[in-house]
Write a protein that binds this ligand. Sequence first.
Ligand SMILES: Cc1cc2nc3c(=O)[nH]c(=O)nc-3n(C[C@H](O)[C@H](O)[C@H](O)COP(=O)(O)OP(=O)(O)OC[C@H]3O[C@@H](n4cnc5c(N)ncnc54)[C@H](O)[C@@H]3O)c2cc1C
Length: 401
Amino acid sequence: MSNVDTPVVIIGAGPAGLTAARVLTELDIDYVLLSREKVPGENKACAGFIPFSALRDFNISTLPGAHPVTTVRMKFPKQDMKTVEFGAKVGVNVSRADLGMTMLKYVGAGSAEIRLQTEVGRVSIKQSGCEITLHKQGQSEKLTSEIVIDASGVNPVSLKMIRLRERLPDHLMGYTAQYQMRRPSSMGSLNGANDFYYGGDFSPSGYAWVFPRGHDIAVGTGGLLRSFKEEKKRMFDYLDYLISHDDSARLTLENAEVVKRESALVPLAGIVQPSFTDRLMLAGDAAGHCCPITGEGIHYSMIAGKKAAQTAAKAVRKRDYSAGVLSKYEKDWIKAIGSNLKWGLWLQQRMVGSGSGGLGSSLMGSDRSCKIIAEMLVGARSVRATLLAAAPTYMAKKLRH
Ligand SMILES: Cc1cc2nc3c(=O)[nH]c(=O)nc-3n(C[C@H](O)[C@H](O)[C@H](O)COP(=O)(O)OP(=O)(O)OC[C@H]3O[C@@H](n4cnc5c(N)ncnc54)[C@H](O)[C@@H]3O)c2cc1C
C-alpha cells in the first residue's frame, strides 16, 4: 500500500456515510469519517420517516425518539381525506439527530476515526492517491487516502473539483420547505398517521406532508425546483395555506408553534450516472439516491452506503482503486434501488402538471388504489409494483413490455 493516512475517507455522516462507516467497521477496514455537524443530522431538513424495511435490513432494533407510523392519510384535489390503516407498524418518524446518534453507535471501532465538526474544503484525486483538505476550528489540515466515499449530500463537495458529472438541472432537483412544529399536548390517536396533501394549493408540483412524532411535527412541502421557479410563489406560502385552510391540518396542528423553519434541495432525478471514477464513489443524495415520486431517501442512502463500503473493502484488499474495480458499486446499487429510481421518475414526470387529471386521477380513484399508493408511500411496495397494480390496464400492458 502506498503511504497514505488511511485507506478510506468517508465524507458526510448522514445515513449514507454512517452506513458506509458501519459496514467498513464490520469488514475490518480502517477509515476516517469526516462530517460538518456536531450531532449527525442535527441540521438536516428532513421529515424523518423511515420505513420498517430499513430498520429490519439494517438491524436497527432500538431507535430512541422513534414514533410508530401505522396509518397513512391522503388528500387529493376535490376529494375528502382518504385513510389507509395498516393495522401494524409500517415505519417510524424520528428526528434526524436521534437517527444520527443511533447510527453513530455502530461505527468507529479499531483504528477507524470519526471526526465531527470538520468541514471538507477540497478533494483532489491523483494517480497516487486522494488528498482531502479539511478545516476544524480555524485550523486546516490535509489527509490522504486510497479511496474517497463522498456522501456529503445533494451537492457533493468532491464534484466542485472533480467533473464527474454536471450539477442536476432544475427539472430533476426537488426543492422543499418545512416547519418543525411543536404541540403543547399529545396528539392521541392522530399520532400514528402520516398525512400527504396533493394538488396545486399545497405544492408547486409534488406534495405537502404532516408527519407527527409525539409533540413534534414535521410540516413540509416539496416540488421540482423548476416548477417552484416558474410559480414564483414562496414555498412557505403553500405551508401557511395548508396550516390555515385545510380542516385536517388545522386539527392536527391545533395550538402548534413553529420552532424551526428550514428549506433544502433533494435529488429527484432517477438513475444518475456515473457515480464513480478512479478512487471515488458518490453515495446517497450525492449520487441521486432518492425516490423521485415519494422523496424517500434515508433507506436508499443506507443501501448505497453499504454497497460503496463493500466495493471499497474489495478494492483495498486487491490494492486496486481503479474505476474498473469501483464500477461494481454502480452495478450493485442499480440492482438494489435502480428500479424504484427509474419508475419513480417515470411516474413523477406523468404526475407533474397533471394535477387531479391524467394518470394522477386514474391512480387515485378507488379505495383499493389508495391502499396501493399508501403502501408505496411507506416503502412497503415498489414503484413498479404500484403501477402494475394501480394503473389502468393499458398502462399495465405498457409496463409489462
Ligand atoms: C425536507 C425534506 C424531507 C425529507 N423527508 C424524508 C423522509 O421523511 N424520509 C426519507 O426517507 N427521506 C426524506 N428526505 C430525503 C432524505 O433526507 C435524504 O435522501 C437523506 O438524508 C440522504 O442521506 P445522505 O446520507 O445521502 O445525505 P445527508 O443526510 O444530506 O448527509 C450529508 C452529510 O454530509 C455532511 N457534509 C456535507 N458537506 C460537507 C462538507 N463539505 N464537509 C463535511 N461534511 C459535509 C453533512 O453535514 C451531513 O452530515 C427528505 C428530504 C428533505 C429535504
